[in-house]
Design a protein around this ligand. Structure first.
Ligand code: AMP
Length: 122
């Protein structure tokens, strides 16, 4: 899938639409999810134009990858969820449930999150 430069996160990165920013550096931007599914629900996106985790791990530079992953840790620490625990998640593609085609990692925390996913029906 080629990158759609008009996806909503690309527009947030360009400052065309607002976000509730919690952190920014040269590698990444972090902001509150507009429809939170936990008391802490943040999104961390790389500044580069990557559709998803697959695109990022294939095409990003070592510096971009290191910078992005480290930033996810910084954001979680600053959100205060390190002690109680948290979950990171990145949806990819149709079956992964990805809605916005710019790589993003969700950070969930602030309550017990339960099982990762529902058990499959056998
Ligand atoms: P995903 O299903 O992993 O692609 O998740 C996309 C996430 O982006 C959802 O949790 C949405 O609530 C969130 N979202 C969509 N638009 C915005 C926006 N303008 N600002 C913040 N979060 C958004």
């Amino acid at each position: 899938m080629s990158y759609d430069s008009n996806n909503i996160f690309a527009r947030i990165l360009r400052g065309e639409i607002p976000c509730d920013k919690v952190f920014e550096n040269e590698h990444a931007l972090a902001f509150k999810d507009i429809a939170p599914q936990a008391p802490v629900h943040l999104l961390v996106i790389p500044k580069g134009a990557y559709v998803d985790f697959d695109d990022f791990t294939l095409n990003a530079t070592e510096a971009e990858i290191a910078g992005y992953i480290r930033t996810i840790g910084v954001v979680a620490r600053e959100a205060g969820v390190k002690e109680s625990g948290y979950r990171i998640l990145s949806n990819l593609g149709e079956e992964g449930g990805q809605e916005v085609p710019h790589l993003h990692v969700h950070i969930f925390g602030g309550k017990p999150l339960g099982r990762m996913i529902k058990p499959i029906d056998k």
